[in-house]
Design a protein around this ligand. Structure first.
Ligand code: NDP
Length: 257
């Protein structure tokens, strides 16, 4: 099979089930011939992932557990990836976490614990992953994370996660500067709302979907395959001149006042 990513080893982090954005991305990467390495946190996610892979005929290079809130887990996972895959060309960071209680009501009521948990899992995790993968990206590489408009603007109920995504987007820029000299690019995709397990935690999610359908230039929502293809573009050499960028894949919603 000939594809844009033939012979490239790409890690996908953050698939919980068939609705996960990470799964849409994995399918787009696979279609372009990437050799895929998967990381998961919960055993339940592993079971779902194994089933999805079997059903879709995707044969992974490696599947390894990695809890991004735990340094030892990151070290063990990337140690195994290095030992078994050698070189890594791409990483997709498609994960975030916040306590459901913090994703509704007023941001002013955010707890210290809830703030730190969201920042740690959703923003610092990109920094930790970039550090761990850097020694494996000996041929240059591309790191892509997933963010949301709530980083740039106040989106009701997104609260602590919006602030974590703002830190994530700033991290994309600082990491792009640090890693650019090694030929490693760092970018983000800012997806429109998509019904996933993580999205269920955000109060009033249906209203957000309806607002996009009504106001976005394309008058519709986006799906996992569209985010998958855009992420694939940022992983591939087609985007070789792009780094430190946030690419909106949201049917144009972000340009509307
Ligand atoms: P999912 O719930 O499908 O995926 C979230 C993933 O994050 C899960 O696989 C989960 O693993 C993983 N995760 C959470 N905490 C950790 C951790 N400490 N260590 C390792 N993995 C962890 O939701 P989405 O696909 O929607 O989310 C993927 C990304 O896309 C997130 O960054 C999200 O903010 C972003 N995004 C989502 C949008 C949407 O509307 N859905 C819009 C814009 C951006 P496990 O279940 O095994 O713990």
């Amino acid at each position: 099979m000939s594809g844009l990513l033939n012979g490239q080893n790409v890690i996908v982090m953050g698939i919980a089930n068939e609705r996960s954005i990470g799964w849409g991305i994995a399918k787009s990467l696979h279609a372009q011939g990437a050799r895929l390495i998967f990381t998961y946190r919960k055993d339940r996610s592993y079971e779902k992932l194994a089933k999805l892979l079997a059903e879709s005929g995707i044969d992974p290079l490696l599947t390894v557990q990695c809890d991004v809130s735990d340094d030892a887990s990151i070290e063990a996972a990337f140690g195994r990836i290095g030992a078994e895959a050698g070189v890594v060309h791409g990483v997709v960071h498609s994960l975030a976490f916040a306590d459901k209680d913090e994703l509704g009501g007023e941001y002013v009521d955010t707890s210290r614990e809830g703030y730190l948990l969201a920042q740690e899992s959703s923003a610092f995790s990109l920094v930790a992953v970039a550090k761990a993968v850097k020694p494996l990206m000996t041929e240059g590489g591309s790191i892509v994370t997933q963010t949301y408009l709530g980083a740039e603007r106040v989106m009701r109920n997104y609260n602590v996660m919006g602030v974590a995504k703002a830190a994530l987007e700033a991290s994309v820029r600082y990491l792009a500067e640090d890693l650019g000299k090694y030929g490693i690019r760092v970018n983000a995709v800012s997806a429109g709302p998509i019904r996933t397990l993580a999205a269920k935690g955000v109060s009033g999610f249906n209203d957000i979907l309806n607002a996009v359908e009504e106001k976005a230039p394309l008058r519709r929502n986006v799906d996992q395959s569209e985010v998958g293809d855009a992420t694939m573009f940022l992983i591939s050499g087609l985007s070789r001149g792009v780094t430190g960028e946030v690419l909106h894949v949201d049917a144009g919603f972000h340009i509307i006042a």
